[in-house]
Ligand binder design. Structure first.
Ligand code: DGP
Length: 111
């Protein structure tokens, strides 16, 4: 069965879209952990950061640049980028994504 983020990229299941182009989709997380909680995904299916190869360097560059641009456009000054990589690190959807979290004060390390 095709992955859920591939279906979102193709518009086969709905999402609250923030931005899309030929490289990336950005949409609201269904289970937000902060006032702003977006996901940015490559349109190409890549399972995780661990599966990246040299051919993906342009895509990764586009993802990070788009995060920076969208944050400026939405006047988000401070934010956090998270990419859970692997099941034991909390990854539940195996289509590479960065979480963009903002709107509350984060402490790091937690606790
Ligand atoms: P992770 O645990 O890092 O793999 O994050 C996956 C995130 O994806 C999690 O915060 C919830 C979100 N998510 C899962 N299914 C859907 C969905 O169908 N739509 C949207 N918008 N988000 C989803």
């Amino acid at each position: 069965m095709e992955c859920i983020f591939c279906k979102i990229v193709k518009g086969e299941i709905p999402s609250k879209t923030i931005y899309e182009d030929s490289y990336v989709h950005v949409f609201q997380d269904i289970d937000p952990k902060a006032p702003i909680h977006w996901l940015i995904v490559p349109n190409k299916h890549i399972a995780s950061i661990a599966e990246l190869n040299e051919d993906d360097s342009e895509i990764i560059g586009k993802l990070l640049l788009q995060i920076s641009k969208l944050a400026k456009e939405h006047s988000i000054g401070d934010y956090r980028i998270v990419a859970n990589t692997g099941r034991n690190a909390g990854q539940s959807v195996f289509h590479l994504h960065f979480h963009i979290l903002a709107g509350r004060t984060f402490s790091w390390p937690p606790g």
